[in-house]
Design a protein around this ligand. Structure first.
Ligand code: GLU
Length: 510
C-alpha cells in the first residue's frame, strides 16, 4: 500500500513571515493538493525564549490571505492534535531517554559557566569556536565521563541536565533529496546537539523528528538553511528505529538578494524599498511595523504566482498561473537547485497582470478601502466599478488606484495649469465655451457621442482636436494621465464635466 501523502509546514512563531517561508508553505500545499494529500501546519514553539506574541495568529492570517487552507493545524484541529509542540511536551522525553539507554545519546550536566570555560580553554586559531563534539565530549561533565553511580546521584539530586546526541566519528550519512539528489555528510563535522533541554522541552532537532514520525509525514519540504541539520535528523530516524518511515526530503533553494549574493533579508527590503514579509508585521516589543506585500497593494493571486515562479517553472513560457493550475502542474523535479534572485520589478509585473485579469467586482472592496484611507469616500458603486474598469490596466499595485482614480470621485487635487497656459488663446477659449453649451444640451451622455460632438465642434472652429484634448484632460483630471478623456467625461457625468471645464476656464482667465 502506498503511503498517504502528508506534508507539513512547521514554522517557529518568531515574527513576520518572510516570502521564503510562504514559498515553503506554497510548495508543500501544491504537492499535497496535487496528490490528494493532507497539508498540516505544526507550530514549532519549543524555544520559549524566541516566542513572540501574535506571531502564530499572523501566520494563519497570511495563509488565509493566500488562499491556503490547512487540513490540520492548531486552528483547524485534526487527528494528531495538538499541533503546537509546546502542548506536546510530554511526548518527547521518552524518546530522548530511549536514545540514552541505547547508547546514542547521553546526559550532560555542564553548567553555563563550564560551557563558557570550554569555549575559552579550547579556543585556537584553527578552531575559534570550539563545539561540544566528539573531540571535547570526553573532557566534559556528562554520563560518558561520569560513572553510572555518579550519574544516578546527580539525577536523584535534581541536578539540571540536557540530553545530547552522541554523533559518531567519521561516518558518512546520506539521503536522497528530491531536488539535490544524493547528499552526503561526514558525522565528525557535526556537534553533539542538545535534544532535550534542562526545562524538559525538546529542541527543534528532537521534536521535528518525533512529530514527523507521529504525524505520519510522508514528505518534508523546508528551506535550504536546514540542510546542515539533516545529518542529525537522519541519525535520529535511524537510532529511534523509524528509518523506514522517514519522509522524503526536499530542501528548497534560497531566495536571494537582487544585488549581490546571499539570502534576501528584511534589511535588504528596507534598504531597497520593497516588502519582504507577506503582510504587515508589528514587532510587539519595539512596536515597529514592517510593511508587507498585502498592504503594499499586492493581490494574493499575484503573490502566490510570483512565489511559485521563484525557483520553479513548468518548462514552458507560461508565467501566469492560478492556484488550480499550479496544483495541476507543480513538480518538485522542476524546482531549481540554485537560489532564485528576487526581482521586485518582476514581482510588480505579476501584480499588474493579475489586476488586469481580476474581475472588477472582486477588486471593488479593496480599492474602496484604499480610497477611504486616502480620505476619498465612494458613494456611487456604479462609478466605482466604471473607474476601476477604466484604470485597472494602468495600476501595478492596488494602491495605485488612489492616484489613478481619485478624480472620478472628487475634484482633481491639483490642476496642472502650466501644461495648458503657454498655448492657450482666445480661439481655444471660445471652443471650450461652445463645448460647454453643446454638452449642456446633449441628450445622450456616452463616450463616443461626446467625442463626436467634440470633434465636430473643433472642425467647425478650424481647430485640431489634438490640440484640444490635453486642455480637456487637464480640466477633468488635473494632469497628463488617466484613461480616455471621453470615457472619463462619460463616467463622471454631465454636471461634473461641465463644472470642471468651467472651473479651469476661470483659472486660465484669472
Ligand atoms: N521550525 C523550523 C522552522 O522554523 C522548521 C524546519 C523544518 O521544516 O524542519 O523553519
Amino acid at each position: 500500500m502506498t503511503k498517504k501523502i502528508r506534508v507539513r509546514f512547521a514554522p517557529s512563531p518568531t515574527g513576520g513571515l518572510h516570502l521564503g517561508g510562504v514559498r515553503t508553505v506554497l510548495f508543500n500545499y501544491l504537492f499535497a493538493k496535487q496528490n490528494g494529500g493532507d497539508f498540516i501546519v505544526r507550530i514549532e514553539d519549543t524555544d520559549q525564549t524566541r516566542f513572540v506574541e501574535g506571531a502564530e495568529a499572523y501566520i494563519f492570517e497570511t495563509l488565509k490571505w493566500c488562499g491556503i487552507v490547512p487540513d490540520e493545524s492548531p486552528l483547524h484541529g485534526g487527528p494528531f492534535a495538538p499541533y503546537r509542540q509546546s502542548e506536546r511536551k510530554a511526548n518527547y522525553r521518552q524518546y530522548a531517554e530511549q536514545l540514552v539507554i541505547d547508547g546514542y545519546a547521553y546526559y550532560a550536566f555542564d553548567t553555563p559557566a563550564e560551557l563558557e570555560v570550554m569555549r575559552t580553554v579550547y579556543k585556537t586559531a584553527e578552531n575559534p569556536s570550539p563545539q561540544y563534539n566528539h573531540a571535547l565530549r570526553d573532557k566534559m561533565h556528562n554520563s560518558l565521563t561520569l560513572t553510572p553511580d555518579e550519574v544516578a546521584t546527580l539525577l536523584a539530586a535534581g541536578t539540571p541536565y540536557v540530553i545530547r546526541i552522541k554523533m559518531p566519528l567519521n561516518e558518512t550519512v546520506s539521503f536522497n533529496d528530491m531536488i539535490r539528489g544524493e547528499v552526503n555528510f561526514n558525522t565528525s563535522q557535526v556537534d553533539d546537539k542538545v535534544l532535550l533541554k534542562a526545562d524538559g522541552m525538546p529542541t527543534y532537532h528532537l521534536a521535528v523528528v518525533v512529530d514527523d514520525y507521529l504525524m505520519k509525514i510522508s514528505h518534508a519540504f523546508r528551506g535550504e538553511e536546514w540542510l546542515p541539520s539533516a545529518p542529525v535528523h537522519l541519525l535520529l530516524w535511524d537510532y529511534l528505529g523509524w528509518k523506514n518511515e522517514m519522509p522524503e526530503w526536499a530542501h528548497l533553494p534560497l531566495i536571494l538578494k537582487p544585488d549581490g549574493n546571499g539570502k534576501l533579508s528584511k534589511r535588504d527590503g528596507d534598504r531597497l524599498g520593497f516588502p519582504v514579509f507577506a503582510s504587515d508585521w508589528t514587532d510587539p516589543k519595539t512596536n515597529e511595523t514592517t510593511i508587507g506585500f498585502k498592504e503594499r497593494g499586492f493581490l494574493p493571486e499575484a503573490f502566490v504566482n510570483l512565489l511559485a515562479m521563484l525557483g520553479w517553472n513548468d518548462g514552458s513560457d507560461q508565467e501566469i498561473f492560478t492556484m488550480d493550475e499550479l496544483i495541476a502542474k507543480f513538480s518538485m523535479e522542476r524546482v531549481h537547485k540554485g537560489g532564485a534572485k528576487f526581482d521586485y520589478e518582476k514581482a510588480k509585473w505579476y501584480n499588474h497582470e493579475w489586476i488586469k485579469r481580476k474581475p472588477t467586482k472582486e477588486l471593488e472592496l479593496s480599492i474602496q478601502k484604499y480610497l477611504a484611507e486616502a480620505g476619498i469616500t465612494v458613494t456611487n458603486d456604479a462609478l466605482l466599478a466604471k473607474a476601476i474598469e477604466l484604470v485597472k490596466d494602468r495600476c501595478t499595485l492596488l494602491t495605485d488606484f488612489v492616484q489613478q482614480a481619485s478624480f472620478f470621485f472628487q475634484l482633481p487635487a491639483q490642476i496642472d495649469i502650466a501644461a495648458v497656459q503657454p498655448k492657450w488663446d482666445e480661439k481655444k477659449n471660445m471652443f471650450f465655451n461652445e463645448l460647454i453649451r453643446a454638452y449642456e444640451l446633449s441628450s445622450v451622455w456616452e463616450s463616443t457621442d461626446l467625442e463626436t460632438e467634440f470633434k465636430e465642434l473643433a472642425a467647425a472652429n478650424q481647430l485640431k482636436p489634438g490640440e484640444l484634448m490635453l486642455p480637456l484632460r487637464i480640466m477633468l483630471v488635473g494632469g497628463k494621465f488617466g484613461p480616455g478623456v471621453f470615457d472619463i467625461a462619460a463616467a463622471i457625468g454631465k454636471n461634473e464635466t461641465v463644472a470642471r471645464i468651467k472651473k479651469v476656464l476661470g483659472l486660465l482667465h484669472s
